[in-house]
Write a protein that binds this ligand. Structure first.
Ligand SMILES: *Cc1c(COP(=O)(O)O)cnc(C)c1O
Length: 396
């Protein structure tokens, strides 16, 4: 018997029934025209979600990490300089990948809980008179700390410095959940994956390349074969792939972008904001603070909640899984044991969020924290009651 609860990890996220069915399909010949009927709408939908008119979208059978590698290896050469901030586990891993590819990374060490400093980027770029820096890296939403950085501000910093570097953005836990504007922000490579905002199983690395990034392909000499976007582009032009595509996942993606665009992107973002506001109200009612240092940084897709000094936050996650069969996220890296994370992205409703908040409360009371049962739930209920979307209100 299976009593399936929703998960509250910040990816992979809950998979709606309609997407599970879309992914589960009989084998089809990926060299037949049928495949193009899946591929092209999926690519077009992703482009709309990236808010881009000009990007070329590529989808690899990989996870988000493969998207990072696609960004780097297609546009850069060994020894190239890149600028990156380290403010959590995901930005750390991307920097590590750069270094393993023998890129020269100028690292802006940033407290875990802070956002990327656009001012610091501007200083460094302004000082780089010879334009040695070829790419600026930014993790839009640091999933380890629940911190959202301001990509528009980074673009303004690059422009103010008059610097021609490309801008690469890790949007794995933001794209399709939080506002993302590829063209307006001048993003040259946007990276995401299938298992977060797109509500699918892991298995697709999704990237958007700007015309400027496409123009960098020819000069880039980092080694690439599997992730070569030129091979992928040639494949797409012939309705296919350079190798065997993950057809079921792509069919799921086609359906996922339809769902997101039917709901309306702005409504999707508003829903994430409402649900996140409820979770934040709950944390506040518990007397716990977020890892994110200030409200402008709060992520609408994941909250990393600090537990009191001397308490091991990982116990919350372990006990929730063992006692109640509910998954929360552990703290990673520098904040391991200090925070637990409530993921609130993808296919989620107020009602589902309330169940997660109620579970976290039971767990913390079980573990002896000084928290009143129902306090966080009540705080979130007030938020949700007060912000029911108009359509739903009218129907009531
Ligand atoms: C999940 C995540 C990744 C890594 O994605 P994988 O699909 O696990 O490779 C990268 N960056 C961020 C911000 C993420 O949240």
């Amino acid at each position: 018997m299976s009593f399936q609860n929703p998960v509250f990890i910040p990816g992979p996220t809950n998979i709606p029934e309609v997407l599970r069915k879309a992914v589960d399909m009989p084998t089809l010949d990926h060299r037949s025209p049928l495949f193009g009927q899946i591929l092209h709408p999926a690519l077009a939908g992703v482009k709309t979600i990236l808010k881009s008119e000009t990007a070329e979208v590529f989808i690899f059978p990989a996870s988000g990490t493969g998207g990072w590698e696609t960004a780097l290896t297609n546009t850069l050469s060994p020894g190239d300089k890149v600028l990156a901030a380290r403010n959590g586990m995901f930005s750390h891993r991307w920097i590590d990948m750069c270094q393993r590819h023998e890129l020269d990374v100028e690292i802006v060490e940033t407290p875990w809980g802070a956002g990327i400093s656009a001012d610091r980027y501007e200083e460094i770029l302004t000082a780089d008179k010879g334009h040695q820096i070829k790419a600026v890296l930014a993790t839009h939403n640091e999933t380890a700390t629940g911190v959202k950085s301001d990509i528009a501000a980074i673009r303004r910093a690059m422009d103010a410095a008059g610097h021609p570097a490309m801008l690469f953005v890790d949007g794995v836990s933001s794209i399709a959940s939080i506002d993302f504007r590829m063209d307006e922000w001048g993003v040259d490579v946007a990276v995401t994956g299938s298992q977060k905002g797109f509500m699918l199983p892991a298995g697709l690395a999704i990237v958007g390349f700007s015309p400027k990034a496409m123009a960098a392909l020819g000069g880039a000499t980092l080694q690439r074969t599997f992730f070569d976007v030129r091979d992928m582009a040639n494949g797409y032009a012939a309705n296919g792939y350079p190798y065997t595509p993950a057809v079921g996942l792509l069919n799921g993606l086609k359906m996922s972008v339809e769902m997101l665009l039917d709901e309306g992107l702005e409504n999707v973002f508003a829903r994430h904001n409402r649900i996140a506001s409820g979770v934040r109200a709950a944390a506040d009612a518990w007397g716990l603070s977020l890892c994110a240092q200030s409200p402008d940084l709060y992520s609408d897709t994941v909250s990393a909640i600090r537990t009191p000094e001397g308490f091991n936050a990982t116990d919350v996650v372990t006990h929730a899984a063992e006692a109640y069969g509910v998954a929360f996220g552990v703290g990673l890296g520098d904040v391991a044991g200090k925070v637990f994370r409530i993921g609130h992205l993808g296919s989620l409703t107020d009602v589902m969020a309330l169940s997660g908040i109620a579970t976290a409360e039971m767990v913390m009371v079980d573990l002896g924290l000084n928290i009143k049962l129902g306090s966080g739930v009540a705080a979130a209920q007030e938020v949700y009651r007060a912000t029911v979307p108009n359509a739903a209100k009218a129907a009531a």
